[in-house]
Structures are given as structure tokens and as C-alpha cells.
Design a binder for this molecule. Structure first.
Ligand code: MN
Ligand code: ZN
Length: 663
């Protein structure tokens, strides 16, 4: 038998397929990884699919390889779907080449993996930069004894009532508890004027004093966040808000080790092992500029040999394997900052960010300006991307349109990309929208549409048989303007004509009372629109922490806004509008909702305008103003209109809806 890639005996079907795959693996390795395979036998082989990146661990692969001979070295680069094996002799590597090509192995997760081997002169692959910890980062191993670890873990009372002094949040990704100050995930900040009673637990106090004395830390923290991560859970990459905390941030890892990824804004990532009972200290660049996060997964790539555990994981690729995660509990201590941050990392510093959220409008003029800047202008900019996310008509709206007598004249006020204009071909439908770009999209689709403000529609009074207003009225910034927009709809209707109105609901996702409706409409809706900007389909309490640059100016939003209680809240006055975190519950009725503009779907160049933060690598973030309606609010507004009766009032997919009829 030859050691080359061809064999001279006749191959059966399976062998042919395996050979084809092997050749394909060779090409892929060269093209994507710069790995050159050779057509003759050498001591070293590249094992495609036998990598940490596709779930193969050292413990599984090594015995398989050793069956063919003495293994000199097994190099498993992190996150790569291949590894390199070097045998002591070419005879052994030949044996491995012949017997292991196309061999199936079952990995730790129970998945079948087929190996494809090719000879290489030496083990080399494209590697990213140098291996060094981010400047300002330190991992102190064995900072506490296992007795203290047990004591700390036992001191946490996860079952405590939320009414108690320390708030426990069951975020989707992990369990969280705060001491000293509550940390608000809505704006990634703390309320400095409102410390939690009780301060930090006593047990932590003495430990912190010790660390101070021993020089591990320079400041005494006054805020503690306890996180508990089950295997498979993680935390999105983020920078702790500059304006919220001082320079030094420390995190004690208990129960189990975990790998935390540190990422420089230029994309360079350093995976750092945080062993059990170690203290992570983040200062300077590591605290202010690099993001940190934990990838949600059940295994980490770690050093195989014991000894040097803490620190960079990739320091020795000849010694990597996978390690099953356990339950890790972290105590993160921070010192709340009382003055604005003046660090030298301006691009990621919220204290130094020029963009500030607009104030709540106090006059009609201010409201109109707010709508211009944070509704009209934004829709103009995001029109293309927005339209690409709006294709599925909602069933209740379709139903309304289909039930109208044929030949009806129907106006869609705020028609967007015209997704309802062609629903019922038996109607005469016309649309209007404030955005020229959206109207252009309607026209491209051969719909009748024109640019118009919903407060002054150039259609003759009492000329329409029906009107629809879908997701429009919530963009008006005062109660008076919302009523005026409703009244304008009624003006268009002939006596007996009907209008269907949809507005975003404050109660969106967490009001259990609504789940019945939600379920009904979801069932009938079938496919749901997948879009991170689509807040009307939010999941409950999914924490989203901004990446570098993705951060918005939430920190400058009035903190007091978050103390408001649902719909009994009064209007915000003299305060900045809070910026909503998509896919979380609403904490204010008046707010800015971020739109993350996808690249290539809008402008080529990033744009900068008030309300938009332009991160270096991602699309711009735009903020749209919304007034989300409380239960009964839309109905109440409709009751103030003259000449109407309310036929129906219901909840549909995160919206409050009304069907009214002109008398
Ligand atoms: Mn953090
Ligand atoms: Zn800063």
C-alpha cells in the first residue's frame, strides 16, 4: 500500500466518499487556515474534525491516536476544528493515516465526528497576535481557602424574597443578587443616591480589608453583585459602565473555574482562565477599554496539565483540552463612582460621550421637534432596513381588511412599507407615511402612497370607508397630539366607517393576564418575524449589555425614571428620556427605543446625528421616540373623541388595539 493519497486497489462506495471528504478537508485547511498538506508520508498529520473547536477533547482523541503508535505531541489549537499529531516514526503516522481516515468518534456531547487526516511537514496555523493578558488585568490564584469559599457560598440566600433588602433577579442567563447598590440592567448603571440598606455582607467586609492590607486592591468597594452561572450560561461581552464605577473592578470566582473572554475593540480576543478561588482584578485599559464576557457553553478550552491554570488559556497549544463547566458563583466588587469618569478612553466612555438623550417635551413645539428628530428623521434613515424586517402581516389586521365590503375606500395612515396595502385586492387602498423613503418603497411596489403627517392628512373629510393606523400614534410625544392624531382618523371616516388602531403596549411581555391573547394570536400568526429591533415580540428579562461602541447614552438618562411604577406613573418632567434595552420590559412610558442599523441595508457610510452613536465596526444605532400605552389608555383617548363609538378593544402581540366607528 502506498502512503500517497491514491490507493491502487478498488475503492468501495464508502471508501470513495471518505477519500472525497479527505481531499475536501485538505483544500479547506489550505484555503482557510493556510495549512499545507503534503502528498507523501511524514511524521506529522493534521487531523481535520479532531479539534477543540468542534467539541473533541484531548482525552478522547489521544487514546485513538495512540492506538497507531507512540505520539510525540498532540497540538490542539483553541477554537479550531483540527489538531496536529506528531508520531515518533513515519511508519506510525502512516498507520494512523490509513486506519483513522474516515473513522467515526463520539464526542463528549454524544455527537458523531468523522476524522480526516493528511500529512504535513510541520504543525502550523494562522494565529492571532501575541499572547499576553490585557494591560491592567491580573488573576490572583488561591486568594481564599476552600473553607472561606464554602462559607461565602453558604452565605448566599437565593430564596430570599424580593421584598427584602437585597434584590435577586432571575435573569435568563444566570442568577443575580445585589448588595450596597442595586444595579439596573435597563441602563447598566446604579442609583447613586439610593444605596440599598445593609451595605455589603459582613463576611465580605473582613475579606476586603485583608486584600486592601495585602495590596491586591487599592480601593474599598461599596457594591457587590453575586452572579451564579450554570453550565451553558454566560454573560454578553460588555464594559462595566464608566460613569457607574471607579477604575478597579474585582471578581472572585467560587465553586468552579470558567474561561472569560477579553476583547480589544480591534477584535483581538484573549481567553482568560479564572480558576476556582481566584481573584480577577481589572484596572486601567482592561477595565475601561476591553470588553469581558462569558460565552454560554458547557465546555471550556483549558490547559490540560495542572500547575499553571490562571491566566491566558492559549499560552501552550500543545497542552489544551476541554473541561466540563460546573456551577460558578462570582462575587464582583465595585466602587460606585460619584463624579463623572475622565478616563482616556473617550470612545467608550459614557461620561465623555457627546450624545445625550433628549428631554421629555414640555410644550407642543418641543414635542414636534422631538418627533422630527427621533421619529421622522430616524425612519428616513432606517427606511430600507426597517422595510426589510416588515413583511409578515398580522392576522387580526388582515382579518379587519378582509371583512370590509369590496369597493371600500381605505386609508392606511402611517403605512410604512405598505405591507397592508395589497392585502385585499377588492379594496381601494391608499397609504401615507411621514417618511419619503418608506413612501418610495410603497410606490416601487405599485401601491398608491403619498407623504403626509398623520396630524394633517390631505384627504377630504368623511370620504373613507375605513382607516387603519398601525404602530403610529405611539410616536406622538404628548397626550394632546395623540388625541389629535386619532381625531384626524375620525375626520376621514364617513359616518358608519371604521378605524383600526394599534399602539405598543407598556405591559408588553410580562403581564400574565395577556398571555391568553398572546397565545391565541401567536398560534394564528404562524411565523414570527425575527429581528432584534422588533420589540413587540420581546422575551421576558433577557439581559442585553452593550458591547464596546454599542453602548448607548442610557447612563445619562434620568435615573429616577426607573423608580416609576408602571402605568400609575406621572409624566417625566425636566428629565431625559430613558433609552430602552431591547427585549426587556418597559420601565417608562416615554422612552427611546434603539434601532441597530444593519450594514449594507442603509447608507454605506456611518452617519452621525443626534441620537445616533456610531460604533467603529457596527452599523449606527438610531433611537426612536415611543409613548407606550398602558391598559385602557388608548380606549380612554378614543372616548374623548367626538362622533365615535368603540366597537372593540383588545390586546394583540404587544399592542393595545381599538376598532372604532364613526357615528
Ligand atoms: Mn462586568
Ligand atoms: Zn471613562
Amino acid at each position: 500500500m502506498e502512503s500517497s493519497h491514491q490507493s491502487n486497489y478498488k475503492l468501495n462506495k464508502t471508501e470513495k466518499k471518505s477519500l472525497r471528504k479527505q481531499i475536501k478537508a485538505r483544500h479547506t485547511l489550505l484555503r482557510h487556515e493556510g495549512i499545507e498538506t503534503v502528498p507523501y508520508a511524514t511524521q506529522s498529520l493534521v487531523v481535520a474534525n479532531g479539534g477543540l473547536g468542534n467539541g473533541m477533547s484531548r482525552n478522547q482523541l489521544l487514546p485513538v491516536l495512540e492506538k497507531c503508535g507512540l505520539v510525540d505531541a498532540l497540538l490542539m489549537p483553541p477554537n479550531k476544528p483540527y489538531s496536529f499529531v506528531r508520531y515518533q516514526t513515519t511508519e506510525e503516522s502512516k498507520k494512523a493515516y490509513i486506519t483513522l481516515n474516515g473513522k467515526e468518534i463520539v464526542d463528549d456531547l454524544g455527537q458523531k465526528i468523522i476524522l480526516y487526516l493528511n500529512f504535513v511537514e510541520k504543525a502550523q496555523w494562522k494565529e492571532l497576535g501575541v499572547q499576553a493578558l490585557p494591560p491592567g488585568l491580573m488573576v490572583v490564584e488561591e486568594i481564599i481557602s476552600s473553607e472561606v469559599e464554602t462559607m461565602l457560598l453558604e452565605s448566599i440566600n437565593w430564596t430570599e424574597d424580593t421584598d427584602n433588602q437585597n434584590f435577586q433577579k432571575s435573569l435568563k442567563h444566570r442568577r443575580v443578587k445585589h448588595f450596597g447598590y442595586e444595579f439596573y440592567y435597563e441602563n447598566n448603571n446604579v442609583d447613586k443616591d439610593n444605596p440599598l440598606p445593609g451595605g455589603l455582607p459582613d463576611i465580605c467586609d473582613s475579606i476586603l480589608e485583608k486584600w486592601l492590607k495585602e495590596g491586591f486592591i487599592k480601593h474599598k468597594p461599596d457594591q457587590l453583585t453575586i452572579n451564579q452561572y450554570e453550565p451553558g450560561q454566560g454573560i454578553p461581552a460588555h464594559i462595566d459602565t464608566h460613569s457607574a464605577f471607579e477604575d478597579e473592578i474585582i471578581s472572585l470566582s467560587l465553586g468552579s473555574e470558567i474561561v472569560m473572554d477579553f476583547k480589544h475593540p480591534n477584535g483581538f480576543t484573549v481567553p482568560v482562565m479564572l480558576p476556582r478561588r481566584s481573584l480577577l482584578v481589572m484596572t486601567g485599559e482592561a477595565r475601561y477599554l476591553w470588553t469581558h464576557g462569558i460565552t454560554p457553553r458547557k465546555f471550556d478550552t483549558v490547559q490540560a496539565s495542572k500547575g499553571h491554570k490562571g491566566g491566558i488559556v492559549t499560552s501552550d497549544v500543545g497542552d489544551l483540552t476541554l473541561s466540563k463547566r460546573g456551577i460558578r458563583t462570582s462575587f464582583t466588587f465595585r466602587k460606585v463612582r460619584q463624579t463623572p469618569c475622565n478616563c482616556s478612553y473617550h470612545l467608550v466612555c459614557d461620561s465623555q460621550m457627546k450624545v445625550t438623550a433628549p428631554s421629555f417635551p414640555e410644550s407642543d413645539k418641543e414635542a414636534s421637534q422631538l418627533e422630527q428628530e427621533y421619529v421622522h428623521r430616524v425612519y428616513e434613515e432606517i427606511a430600507g432596513h426597517f422595510s426589510s424586517t416588515r413583511h409578515t402581516p398580522w392576522p387580526h389586521i388582515v382579518e379587519f381588511l378582509k371583512a370590509l365590503p369590496s369597493g371600500s375606500l381605505v386609508a392606511d395612515i402611517g403605512c410604512g412599507n405598505g405591507k397592508y396595502l395589497g392585502i385585499n385586492k377588492d379594496l381601494y387602498m391608499m397609504g401615507c407615511d411621514r417618511s419619503q423613503n418608506l413612501v418610495d418603497i410603497c410606490r416601487e411596489r405599485q401601491f398608491q402612497a403619498f407623504v403626509s403627517d398623520a396630524l394633517a392628512v390631505p384627504i377630504r373629510s368623511e370620504s373613507c370607508d375605513a382607516c387603519i393606523s398601525i404602530a403610529v400614534i405611539h410616536h406622538f410625544a404628548t397626550a394632546e397630539r395623540r388625541v389629535a392624531a386619532l381625531q384626524e382618523l375620525v375626520r376621514l371616516l364617513r359616518p358608519g366607517g371604521k378605524a383600526l388602531i394599534y399602539v405598543w403596549a407598556m405591559e408588553q411581555e410580562y403581564n400574565k393576564k395577556k398571555s391568553k391573547y398572546l397565545r391565541e394570536s401567536r398560534l394564528s400568526q404562524g411565523k414570527k418575524e425575527e429581528n432584534k429591533n422588533d420589540t413587540s415580540m420581546q422575551e421576558l428579562l433577557v439581559e442585553q449589555t452593550p458591547d464596546v461602541g454599542k453602548r448607548d447614552s442610557a447612563c445619562s438618562a434620568g435615573l429616577n425614571d426607573f423608580q416609576m411604577e408602571g402605568c400609575n406613573s406621572k409624566k417625566l418632567t425636566n428629565s431625559r428620556l430613558p433609552i430602552h434595552t431591547n427585549r426587556t420590559s418597559f420601565h417608562s412610558q416615554d422612552l427611546l427605543v434603539p434601532w441597530h442599523l444593519k450594514e449594507n441595508s442603509g447608507k454605506d457610510k456611518p452617519v452621525e446625528l443626534s441620537g445616533a452613536v456610531v460604533p467603529p465596526e457596527q452599523g449606527a444605532v438610531f433611537h426612536r421616540y415611543y409613548h407606550v400605552f398602558c391598559e385602557g389608555e388608548l380606549e380612554a383617548a378614543c372616548q374623548t373623541l367626538s362622533d365615535v363609538s368603540i366597537l372593540q378593544s383588545f390586546y394583540d402581540q404587544g399592542n393595545w388595539c381599538v376598532i372604532l366607528q364613526k357615528i
